[in-house]
Design a protein around this ligand. Structure first.
Ligand code: XMP
Length: 512
């Protein structure tokens, strides 16, 4: 096992990800808890992360001295390199605010870290961290690589197997970074690569049992992948101490509710409370046209209904959530800063304010693709696990203007046809998200010999890595023609189809 001591870098989780990709289990602990973690985990290698502090500042964080005394290899990255140098007797002077930048490192001497990748005399692109600088090396260390602005870009104490990098090997902008980390894990620490999702599953089951004991857990299912994977994993750990609550707001896509219910009750035999609250949501939304009011109405009502159902389950001490790592970073980096609300996000399964639960969040350390792997490992069907993201407020925000159950039915049919054609064309997995939108606009058409006056359906499909930016998907025209034809012929109430070619920014992915 590898212990990663976190000094607050925005990219610490990527270190864990790289270590896991090399097949070895790793755990991140904040520096304040590092001492206890050393004793508990008995790590075979330690990585010190970057962080925003400056070493010469009197109260900046340090690694427990034991890190350097327990005889295992240590890799210090950015701030981690600086604190290591200072703690081992070198001198560090403060620089300016920490930031990343592209740089070239010239390899000065061979190192086990460079094995099979970098050779002396070569220069390689890295993502450098500018901040403090080492002005005097600690005893035992030599410089293995340098750049014009960073004379100590790579330092090493060969005997003790201590390494310090002034750049970030964990980010993709350092093209050989993953290989450097793999060398540290395999060649220097001598760790094998057997850690897999199967191992994570076992590990997490143990942790859930330890956290929950004999307590009761409730979990809000959204119909999405994350809450489903979390629920199946927790059920595997504690069985029927878990109750899932599925608040059906009536804004799901075609067949989705049936699928969730049969998957949980049937395939997995997990206790599930299915609350059909669609009438309540529809009446609260009646006549509401403002997108923010829609979102807030749905968010508020969801919490109300969930709260009632949670009380009915009785004496649950824990609330399970499918929080992922990106949710965790986002909520840290965006907190406190001035930012404009573009849309008030509502996540089904989010913690109802004012409810006093302890949280169980088994996916907190995982990225989306890892959750999908775990889902497959747990036996969730491929088609379910690979689904596109779906927003908490559901079809309400894909139906601009006031919502009615007739409009939702029309939208559901059009959306199902569109997704069916995308699947048939083998494009589903290439697209980040695809959906139909029902516009509050009627246009004139002609069908057979008659005049029609019906709604317009918009089609949206985007590619994206994280939903923060997106490009429209370049379907070929014949494909779009086929979809339009089917929708107009098969869905009553739509007589015109348009394709949305807006990127994000300036558009957003959803229409509201
Ligand atoms: P936008 O429309 O802001 O969407 O470009 C970015 C991503 O977020 C999803 N989305 C939501 N997800 N609750 C969610 O859980 C919400 O309220 C919500 N609104 C948008 C959207 O589907 C896209 O993937």
């Amino acid at each position: 096992r590898v212990l990663i001591i976190d000094f607050g870098s925005q990219v610490t989780q990527l270190i864990a990800r790289r270590v896991r990709e090399s097949g070895v289990y790793s755990e991140i602990v904040p520096f304040q808890n590092a001492q206890a973690a050393l004793e508990r985990l008995k790590p075979q290698a330690i990585i010190l992360s970057g962080g925003p502090a400056s070493v010469p500042d009197g109260d900046s964080p340090r690694a427990p001295q034991q890190v350097f005394e327990c005889g295992v290899p240590v890799l210090g990255i950015c701030y981690g390199q600086m604190t290591m140098a200072a703690q081992l007797g070198g001198t560090v002077e403060s620089g300016h605010h920490r930031e990343f930048g592209r740089a070239e490192v010239e390899v000065r001497q061979p190192s086990a870290l460079f094995d099979g990748i970098w050779n002396p005399g070569e220069a390689h692109v890295v993502w450098m961290s500018h901040g403090d600088r080492i002005t005097e090396l600690p005893p035992g260390f030599v410089v293995k690589g340098a750049s014009p602005n960073a004379p100590c870009a790579v330092i090493e104490d060969e005997k003790r197997k201590f390494f310090g990098l002034m750049f970030h090997p964990e980010v993709v902008h350092t093209p050989d970074g993953a290989k450097l980390i793999a060398n540290f894990i395999h060649k220097i620490a001598g760790l094998g690569g057997e850690w897999t999702m199967a191992a994570f599953r076992e590990e997490m089951i143990g942790k859930i049992r330890a956290q929950v004991g004999k307590g009761k857990v409730i979990c809000g299912l959204s119909g999405g992948v994350d809450s489903a994977v979390a629920a199946v994993l927790i059920h595997e750990a504690i069985g029927d101490q878990l109750t899932c609550i599925y608040v059906d707001h009536g804004l799901m896509r075609k067949g989705e509710t049936e699928q969730v219910v049969s998957l949980f009750r049937g395939t997995f035999n997990i206790p599930l409370v299915h609350v059909d609250a669609s009438a309540r949501f529809l009446s609260a939304l009646a006549g509401v046209t403002d997108p923010e009011v829609k979102r807030k109405t749905i968010g508020r009502l969801f919490i109300e209904v969930f709260d009632e159902e949670a009380k009915a389950v009785g004496d649950a001490e824990f609330l399970a959530q499918g929080t992922l790592y990106p949710d965790v970073i986002e909520s840290v980096s965006f907190s406190g800063g001035p930012s404009v609300t573009i849309k008030s996000h509502h996540n089904v399964g989010g913690l109802p304010e004012g409810m006093k639960f302890k949280l169980v969040e088994p996916l907190r350390e995982l990225f989306k693709d890892e959750v999908r792997l775990l889902g497959r490992e747990l036996g969730l069907p491929d088609a379910f696990v690979g689904r596109h993201p779906f927003p908490g407020p559901g079809l309400a925000i894909r139906c601009p203007g006031a919502i009615t159950s007739e409009k939702l039915d029309i939208l559901r049919e059009a959306d199902a046809i569109y997704l069916d054609e995308i699947r048939k064309a083998g494009l589903y997995d290439t697209i980040w998200q695809a959906f139909a939108v029902l516009l509050p606009v009627q246009t004139v058409g002609v069908m057979g010999d008659g005049r029609t006056y019906e709604s317009v359906c918009g089609l949206r499909a985007v590619t994206s890595v994280d939903g923060m930016t997106a490009d429209f998907f370049p379907f070929d025209m014949a494909f779009l023609g086929r979809v339009a034809n089917r929708i107009i012929n098969e869905v009553r109430g739509i007589n015109r189809v348009v394709y949305d070619v807006t990127s994000k920014p300036p558009g957003t992915i959803e229409w509201e």
